[in-house]
Write a protein that binds this ligand. Structure first.
Ligand code: NAP
Length: 466
């Protein structure tokens, strides 16, 4: 009997060794672990024990006490999720960050090296950017700690290398908050949809652009809405990262790796800015039964992968047209399971912190990241879809004939020509929509059209999602 109990204890100890490496490195906690093991061996099977949360809390160090970092601390302190303990906060000039609602036991530090060398089990990186955040994450993983981050840029550019490092050192890297903030798209791909073969991703991945375009849809001008977004803290002083599509393309690259299982260099995805959109485009879009949103989309057909980010016309009946304010939305289309739609708050301190804390809870319960196989690939910007083309011309006879001839030369069929009244002849906007055509064919046609001397500005072409 004693021998049987001993073997059982050994198996339990081994499980603890795999999941709780720190049991051995922090002997002061060992007595509690021993008590836990003794209780398990007498009351439950090793399988039951394995399903239980860990006996000791994970010691958590937050790097970056800003919007998301302070929300993560709030949730940890207020909700007290089982198995998690906030022990350190690192930030530059940390004195101004101290809050009176944190327990006195929390160590506030502006010495990153000291916190990395501390007995914290998990580093929660919420400072953002590639450097020095990347160096902290590497350092933490090198020393066998686990890392949770919401840093899409770091994961988009270095995620694969960092995941390999984590695996080789026995730690974990989780980044459920890096795409679509509080919407659990990444955990859904890793778990609920792992059995499907996802072929297409379409998403509104940047809340700032959605806010701006949503307000423009209601009649506001771009500059005024941008100022409002900056005032409310939705947009940075330099909004290029958001409005230029760079933020969304980092998120798209992460989703492509997990959902389409193809590793692309984010720089290969050429983003298009929403700054080219004006009130007249919303007016024409409305007449066509559409609205305009910044869309990130990628498709995999056989070995061909296409990806793009930019403003697009979307049918008002599409779920993508439903998202309001700073909301995000993602539609994943699976070969077997069809479409799955995710929507909710893609940004903001609390929603994003929920995703971070959920990653921490999963870690505390010993849930490992599902290793989704992926392989390096190239993404082209080539799609075959209908397009909206808006021209701004100094009107004269023969313009439409010249445009149709240039499109016909590339085998592009016109679907409709729409011209609204009320615009001056010397600055006349009108729209041509075309049947599905290849992006490259359209670009060639537009390159010749934009040389016409009547063009006041280059034509604006937008994909139409139907
Ligand atoms: N905010 C969102 O809605 C959201 C949504 C999804 C993902 N994310 C991601 O979450 C991360 C954090 O975003 P956030 O909005 O919380 O940013 P934030 O409000 O600017 O907070 C960043 C914090 O990190 C500190 N920090 C930055 N660089 C540092 C350095 N070199 N040394 C020491 N401290 C440094 C900042 O200190 P200072 O106060 O001195 O600048 C600040 O307290 C980013 O990766 C972001 O992309 C954010």
């Amino acid at each position: 009997m004693r021998e049987a109990v001993g073997r059982q204890e050994m198996r339990v100890a081994l499980r603890y060794h795999r999941n709780n490496r720190w049991v051995h490195s922090r002997p002061e906690k060992e007595s509690q672990v021993q008590e836990g093991k003794a209780a398990e061996s007498s009351q439950s099977s090793p399988a039951q024990a394995a399903r239980r949360p860990r006996v000791h809390p994970l010691r958590i160090a937050i790097f970056g006490f800003g919007t998301v970092g302070s929300s993560v601390a709030r949730i940890l302190i207020e909700s007290k999720p089982a198995g998690l303990e906030l022990t350190h906060v690192f930030n530059r000039g940390v004195a101004r960050k101290r809050v009176d609602w944190a327990p006195a036991s929390v160590v506030w530090s502006e010495d990153a090296e000291a916190v990395l060398a501390s007995d914290a089990d998990v580093i929660v990186e919420l400072a953002g950017g590639l450097d020095p955040a990347g160096a902290w994450v590497r350092h933490a993983l090198e020393s066998g700690k686990s890392v949770i981050t919401a840093n899409k840029k770091l994961i988009a550019y270095h995620g694969i290398e960092l995941e390999r490092l984590a695996a080789s050192k026995g730690g974990h890297l989780k980044y459920g908050a890096a795409v679509a903030g509080g919407i659990p798209v990444i955990p859904a791909i890793e778990q609920g949809l792992a059995g499907d073969r996802i072929q297409r991703i379409e998403g509104i991945l940047n809340g700032t652009c959605n806010f701006i375009l949503g307000k423009m849809e209601e009649g506001a001008e771009y500059a005024a809405v941008l100022a409002q977004a900056q005032q409310r803290g939705y947009a940075e002083a330099d909004p290029t990262e958001d409005v230029g599509g760079f933020d969304a393309r980092s998120k798209l690259a992460i989703l492509m790796r997990l959902a389409l299982r193809v590793e692309v260099d984010p720089d290969e995805i050429v983003p298009r800015s929403i700054t080219t959109i004006s009130a007249v485009d919303f007016s024409y879009a409305r007449d066509l039964g559409c609205t305009i949103r910044q869309i990130a989309r990628a498709e995999k057909t056989g070995e061909q992968v296409s990806a793009t980010v930019g403003p697009m016309l979307i049918d008002r009946r599409s779920p993508l047209a439903w998202s309001r304010g700073t909301e995000n939305m993602v539609i994943l289309s699976g070969h077997y399971g069809g479409d799955v739609v995710f929507s909710g708050h893609g940004a903001g301190g609390h929603p994003t912190a929920v995703a971070v804390v959920s990653d921490l809870i999963a870690l505390a319960h010993g849930s490992r990241r599902v290793a989704i196989p992926s392989s390096p690939g190239k993404a082209s910007g080539e799609f075959e879809v209908p397009h909206y083309i808006r021209f701004l011309v100094n009107d004269r006879p023969g313009i439409v004939a010249a445009i149709t001839s240039a499109l016909a030369k590339e085998q592009i069929n016109i679907r409709a020509i729409v011209q609204k009244p009320g615009y001056p002849q010397h600055a006349l906007p009108f729209v041509v929509t075309v049947e599905p055509c290849r992006t490259s064919d359209l670009r060639r046609a537009l390159a010749s059209i934009q040389n016409m001397d009547c063009m006041i500005e280059p034509p604006l072409d937008l994909q139409m999602l139907e």
